[in-house]
Structure formats: structure tokens, C-alpha cells
Design a protein around this ligand. Sequence first.
Ligand SMILES: Cc1ncc(COP(=O)(O)O)c(C=O)c1O
Length: 351
Amino acid sequence: MKYRKDLKDMPSYDGVERDYRIKVNANECNLNLPPLVEERVLSRLSRIAFNRYPNYEYDALREQIARNFSVDKEQILIGGGSSEIIEKLFYAFGGSDSHKIVYPQPSFSMYKIYAKAAEAQPVPFDLDDKYDIDVDKFIAAVNDNEAALAVVCNPNNPTGNVLSIDEIEEIAKNVKCAFLVDEAYVEFYGKSSVNLIKKYPNLIVARTFSKAYGLAGARVGYMIARSEVTDMIAKTYMPYHMNTLSLATADIVYQMRDEFVPRIQMMIAERKRISEQLQKLNGVKVYPSSTNFVLMKYDKAVALNEHLESLNIGVRSFGAAPRLENCLRISMGTRAENDECFNVIKNFVQP
Ligand SMILES: Cc1ncc(COP(=O)(O)O)c(C=O)c1O
């Protein structure tokens, strides 16, 4: 078989999926759509023109998002999850080994894979001992490498910590290349970099409907940037890349986003509650999080993960992954799910 060059050596996404009884391994929302939203989505879907390409629905969602951020419709691109947004962005800035993409490590594991897929050169930048980015060193790494694209994940997955908007501005101002801020978890942090786009033409923000808006199954994400940037990135998409069902669903969800506020607040409260409880356990270290998940470190994390799995509870274990040794990432589920997961951990750690 004559596959594409380097495909065999391409790393695969390292997440293992299983239908757990308590599934807190993928930072999803564990509640389905609020009933009122679901009703409106189903009613909208019953009126879909299945025979037509999705022109109208694409523009309607773009316009709605643009209005919310007070930007032009042309500044918004919609993709199949923020995954497609990031993949296409990397493709747009890649294409040659001399095009370097600098991204934090540890962070979202797909950055490396997308950089390789885009035939760019991946350049990981090490977070410090607290998993923070040293902003000056990051800027220096980006500029010294003459990077084509710099990336940060804010808040960062899987560590949960954040850069302030001032720090993001400092990076946007000083890097001599395009700068992507991946805001997949921003609704749990509450501070977005989008307003900086007015000031910094190199800034690009990626967002998703998969986390706070519980729409991981529909695969919808979007990016916001200057229109000269979106015009270029748009060239990497095929025509009609988004399907009408997902666009119409996301359109209703976005119209009704106020319905999601109580559950976002609930997840933030649960994150605080579970972090505090875990922190009290002997030998457990919990990292500060501004997301819908908590990262904990514990000497016997691998055995603890096996125990959780035996009870059909799925958390994300990082095993021996560099800089994440003995770390478990636990997404916030419902209060009952979080309680059960915590109690299993507690009884394992302090039998
Ligand atoms: C930091 C980050 N960015 C992007 C994504 C991709 O999400 P989606 O494609 O569902 O929007 C994820 C998913 O876990 C993520 O953690």
C-alpha cells in the first residue's frame, strides 16, 4: 500500500473510549441539553431542508456569533468541533518543515499531531513546575524559532490553569507570527481574549460548543480572527464542510445559551467542591483549575485508575506521560457522579 509519507509514524490520539457507567474522562458535559433547548432543537430539525446544501444555516450561525462579539460575520469561521478549526489552522500555517508551530507542553495532545499532519515542525514549549507559562520565555522561544504559529490553551487542558488576559496581550503584542488562543474551556474561566482581536491582527481565538454547551456529539466549533486571516484559513476548508443538522442545532443552542448558565455555574461549584475534598486526602495533590475538570497527582494513580475502571468509572489517566506521571484528570459530572467518584478515590487512598 502506497500511503502518504510519514503516515505510519504519525502518533494516534491517545484517548481510550469506553461506555463507562460514570464517564468523567473526556471533559464532556454529563447532562444532555436542557429540556427547553432540546424541544426547540427537535422542532427546528423537523423543518430541515435535507435536499439543500447548508448555505443559509452556516451564515445564520456565523451572523449570530458575530453579533454577540460585535465583530463582522466575515471574522467567524465554523468547523467540525474546534478540532477541525485547529487542524485547518495548522494546515494553513504549515506545509513545510521550516514552518514551526510552538505550543505548550503538557497541553492538549492533538497540537503535536496536527502540526505533524500539517507538515509543519512541532516545537513544544515546556511549562514550568506549576504548569504555568513563563511568558517572556515563551515569547523568546516563538521569536527565536521564527515560528509561523504560536499556540496557547487558555485555560490549559489537562492542567486546568490559566494565563491572565494581560499575559495573553503581552504574547499577542510581542510574537512575530500568528497566535492562536484555544478557548475550549473558557466558559468555566469567564475571561476571553476575543476583545484583543481588535488590537492585534495576529490573534486568533478558537471556541467550541462541545464543553459548556454539551454539544460534543454535533461537532461544532468556531474561530474568531481578523477577516484577512479568516479569508486565508477559509481556503483550507472544502465547500459545505458543516452539515445542516449540526449547524441548525448549534444555532438554537447559541440563541438559548442563557439556559446553560446555571449548569456552567453548577460545574464550577462542583469543581471547587471536589478539588477541596480531594486536597484533604493524604498524598493527593490537586492543581488549581478554571475548567470543568480537576487534575490530581497521586503516587499510586495507575492502581487507583485500575480500581476506578473495575467499578466502571472512567477518568483520564496519564500513566507515565512526560510531566504528567501519576496524574488523573477528572471531568465534573453530576453531583451524584462526582460524589461516587470521590468516595471511591477516598476509600482507596485512605482505606
Ligand atoms: C484544549 C482543547 N481544544 C480543543 C478540543 C477539541 O474539542 P472539540 O473538537 O470537541 O471542539 C479539546 C477537546 O477535548 C480540548 O481539550
